[in-house]
Design a protein around this ligand. Sequence first.
Ligand code: CLF
Length: 289
Amino acid sequence: MASVPHGNGAAELARTHPCYTEAAALNHGRMHLPVAPDCNLGCDFCERAVGIRGARLGGPATARRVLTPEQAAARVDAVRASIPLHVVGIAGPAEPLANDETFETLRLIGRRQPDLVLCLSTNGLLLAEALPELCRLNLRALTVTINSAEPEVAAHIYSWANIGGTLLVGSDAAEEILRRQWLGLERAVACGLLVKVNSVLIPGINDSHLPAVARRAGELGAHRHNIMPLIPRGRMRERRPPTREELAAAQRKCERWIPQFRGCSQCPADVIEPPLSLGKVDHQCAMCV
Ligand code: CLF
């Protein structure tokens, strides 16, 4: 296990990261680099889309195109010419840790733009084993999506998991997914990273179980919990999303255990989000389309 690289910097970083403190979005911009096209987990709520369809759908797991690490680093240079950025994140369009390009991109950005905060969002399957390398690459903030603390619930959310080339389904998959996600979360906190847990709120499946997720995440030392309303897509396209009131009620229940983040825009894997104080910024460059 890697030693603690950032000390108490995580708490300080939480104040300026726009996905941890709502007010931080006023003065801190962020962008995503869509360098991760492959996935290792069958989340029933997910519908990955790249290209014209990705642009039309928007939201998590979508992107207008996938970039190579070199193209991604060049995009950061180009965007920074017109937009002040604080955070660069890798969140897809599939699973960042299942793609070598993620690590290469972090390496490139860290070398060329060391003042940027490196952030990453993962399904957690490969997190524990990837942490030493992520810490070496100076990753500062990490989000793990965890939708349940109980395998019986997880079995209704995930269809399959590919663990090192072995395909797991059913209860075997559910148990291994949760084991890896919670282990990864625990180790990420121990590494000194700023850690957030994302949970998709799926009425009728995990709504009554999210307080247990929040409790365990808080007890393990995660810094934030972000409850994201289901977007009916993929194998859950026929399900209904939660109402605004149901989302607020879930946040209130979970807040008892861990601070809630309420500013999530469920952004795509290639989002560019300037500081809100700048108002509307024209940031379309040739590489951004
Ligand atoms: Fe991106 Fe995620 Fe980092 Fe933010 S997103 S990798 S923590 S820089 Fe933010 Fe987007 Fe919501 Fe995620 S608005 S989906 S919470």
